[in-house]
Design a protein around this ligand. Structure first.
Ligand code: MG
Ligand code: MG
Length: 249
């Protein structure tokens, strides 16, 4: 069942999203050569606590996720567990975070290059960012959710990259993962029709060469089988009368 949010709940989501956006700004600015995923996780945990919010990734799932953010480096696409390995020049680092504030949950991710990265990866990051913009533009009341994934896939493949099929975006707000699923691929016109008050996380995951992924031995990390770096961008979006509103900017 899709659980719509009231205007008041969307206001609380926007407040939570504002905090999360500020935390991601700091994490992105801090990611540099020699910094570790554990250091970013420590910063995020302090900022989440200082805002009076709670982390929602920690303890999630089975085995319970051990950190408050996901740090997915290079061929890791998403769900990487932060560790003590320093980032190196040329790394591609995806930072995914979620928090609960005022009883409402938001989810957002960004991918950054560490130091100088190859031209191919510069393009990968730009296309992934733009894929999110392209997807958000389809998040309109009255449109089937499939229009989002169709637009993302068409755009990404047109740029010569691939979209991951195994993981999808999702409803969010009361829980971290709610209905509907929001794929980054597929046919337009399919899926539930978006309505005012729905809140969804749109999150294109973009790879090079093959869209296929494997699960890492730790049970969490999702790894591109191509062996090349992957990228991931995510915003929590409210569907409103006047169109999509980004809550995690
Ligand atoms: Mg996320
Ligand atoms: Mg998500």
């Amino acid at each position: 069942m899709i659980r719509k949010k009231t205007q008041e709940e969307i206001q609380r989501l926007a407040a939570a999203g504002h905090v999360l956006g500020g935390i991601l700004d700091v994490l992105v600015a801090t990611a540099a050569v020699g910094v570790t995923g554990n250091q970013l996780n420590t910063i995020a945990e302090k900022m989440i606590a200082d805002a009076g919010a709670q982390p929602v990734f920690k303890g999630y799932g089975e085995p319970p996720f051990p950190a408050s953010i996901c740090i997915s480096i290079n061929q890791q696409v998403v769900h990487g567990i932060p560790n003590n390995v320093p980032f190196q020049e040329g790394d591609i680092v995806s930072i995914d975070a979620g928090l609960s504030l005022g009883g409402m949950i938001v989810d957002s991710a960004r991918t950054v290059g560490v130091g100088a990265i190859t031209d191919e990866y510069v393009r990968l990051l730009a296309v992934t960012k733009q894929a999110l913009v392209v997807g958000i533009a389809q998040a309109l009341p009255g449109s089937p959710v499939g229009n989002i994934g169709h637009a993302i896939q068409e755009y990404v493949e047109g740029e010569g990259f691939e979209v991951v099929r195994k993981l999808v975006g999702h409803g969010v707000g009361f829980e971290l993962h709610e209905e509907p699923q929001v794929p980054n691929f597929g046919l337009a016109g399919l899926g539930p029709v978006l309505q005012e008050g729905m809140v969804i996380a749109i999150e294109p995951m973009v790879t090079i060469g093959s869209p296929d992924v494997d699960t890492a031995d730790d049970g969490w990390g999702i790894v591109a089988i191509s062996g090349k770096s992957a990228a991931h961008e995510e915003h929590t979006i409210a569907i409103t009368k006047s169109g999509p509103v980004i809550l995690t900017a």
